[in-house]
Design a protein around this ligand. Structure first.
Ligand SMILES: C[S@@+](CC[C@H](N)C(=O)[O-])C[C@H]1O[C@@H](n2cnc3c(N)ncnc32)[C@H](O)[C@@H]1O
Length: 196
């Protein structure tokens, strides 16, 4: 999604309203799930300035953070030198093609995609997941009040109709996305795995 490159160039990183999803705290659902599983490798897709990738790496998981924006990745590099930071388009990149990850995490990345790119995204995830791996995706939910600075919103039906073509859905549950101003946006937590 090339638009993200120019969006990032226009962001003032000292103005939290420009990147409202950035709380500089790891995602709560990610924490809950990682606490109950043994993941050796992870990739944070659309990692932005690297908050969640940094947390994963600090918790002993060999982590890749990928974002399409050079500006975001250069900020992320300041946070953790052990994470493998990649500046590329996750959907179309050619760097990751032969790699496998136990955990593919994205918060607020997949939800920006519509047909047909949403399918390309889910297909790419299915190729990169290890046989026992999980994709955890935090997706803005089409419910509750529309809030200023809120994320894109998808219905459960929209999510399932795309993802089930490529992966086996393990769980679709309610959660929220915390925002910089203390608001929370309604969200879905999608957990899926490779088709058996
Ligand atoms: C709404 S932000 C969420 C950032 C971060 N995941 C978080 O929750 O704090 C979406 C991020 O995804 C990145 N992005 C969107 N499409 C991408 C793609 N195809 N490949 C890599 N990064 C992408 C954007 O540059 C942006 O940093």
């Amino acid at each position: 999604m090339q638009i993200w490159k120019s969006l990032w160039e226009s962001y003032d990183l000292n103005n939290p309203a420009d990147t409202p999803w950035e709380t500089h705290t790891r995602d709560q659902k990610l924490f809950d799930i990682v606490s109950n599983h043994n993941f050796n490798t992870a990739i944070d897709v659309g990692c932005a300035v690297g908050t969640n990738a940094d947390w994963l790496q600090q918790n002993g998981i060999k982590t890749v953070g990928i974002d399409i924006s050079e500006k975001a990745i250069s900020e992320a590099k300041k946070l953790n030198s052990k994470v493998e930071w990649i500046c590329d388009d996750f959907v179309y990149d050619h760097v990751l093609f032969d790699r496998q990850f136990d955990l593919i995490f994205d918060r607020g990345c997949f939800h920006g995609y519509q047909y047909p790119e949403s399918h390309f995204f889910a297909h790419k995830v299915s190729k990169l997941l290890s046989s026992n791996g999980y994709w955890i995706s935090i997706i803005g939910a089409e419910k509750g009040d529309v809030i200023k600075f809120g994320p894109p919103r998808k219905t459960a039906t929209e999510i399932v109709s795309v993802v089930e073509e490529h992966l086996e859905i393990v769980e679709l549950s309610e959660c929220h996305i915390s925002l910089f101003n203390g608001n929370v946006a309604p969200a879905w937590c999608l957990i899926s795995k490779k088709k058996s």
